[in-house]
Design a protein around this ligand. Structure first.
Ligand SMILES: [Zn+2]
Length: 149
């Protein structure tokens, strides 16, 4: 599926939330000469074509590519699911599945994310124009290990 500008802003949001760290192996993607090191992707647990959860913060984590991204997205019922359950807890995990199976029009999904992102941007304008992301992931998984391994 082709990525649009909303996918890009959302991907930036998720990777910033995760402190540019792969949630599986813990590799940190730093800045080199002011430019972000490449290779960290925003992974969708429920695939992107499910529009209701396309821009859902509970549905996405940062994974390095190809390494962890390929490994986990290949078989979502295994370790990836275990991680999601541990991270979200059963109630949030179930609620996410519910949303993933709910229909939403493409335009509505795009608009909902764009509205959220614009509001966030506006709220952050005073702080150097940098988007600061609520719900930083440093606090989870609950054991604070920064990943499963
Ligand atoms: Zn990784």
């Amino acid at each position: 599926m082709k990525l649009n500008k909303h996918d890009k802003t959302f991907s930036d949001y998720i990777r910033d939330r995760d402190d540019w760290t792969c949630r599986r192996c813990g590799r940190v993607f730093g800045l080199i000469n002011g430019k972000r090191e490449r290779g960290l992707t925003c992974s969708h647990f429920w695939e992107r074509r499910r529009l209701r959860t396309r821009y859902d913060k509970d549905n996405c984590i940062s994974l390095c590519f190809p390494g962890c991204h390929t490994l986990w997205e290949h078989e979502k019922q295994g370790d990836y699911q275990e991680f999601m359950l541990m991270w979200l807890g059963k109630d949030r995990f179930d609620a996410l599945r519910e949303r993933a199976n709910t229909h939403m029009k493409r335009g509505d999904a795009d608009r909902e994310w764009q509205d959220y992102y614009m509001a966030l941007k506006k709220a952050n304008l005073k702080s150097k124009g940098v988007i600061s992301t609520p719900e930083k992931s440093s606090a989870y998984p609950p054991d604070g290990s920064g990943g499963l391994i």
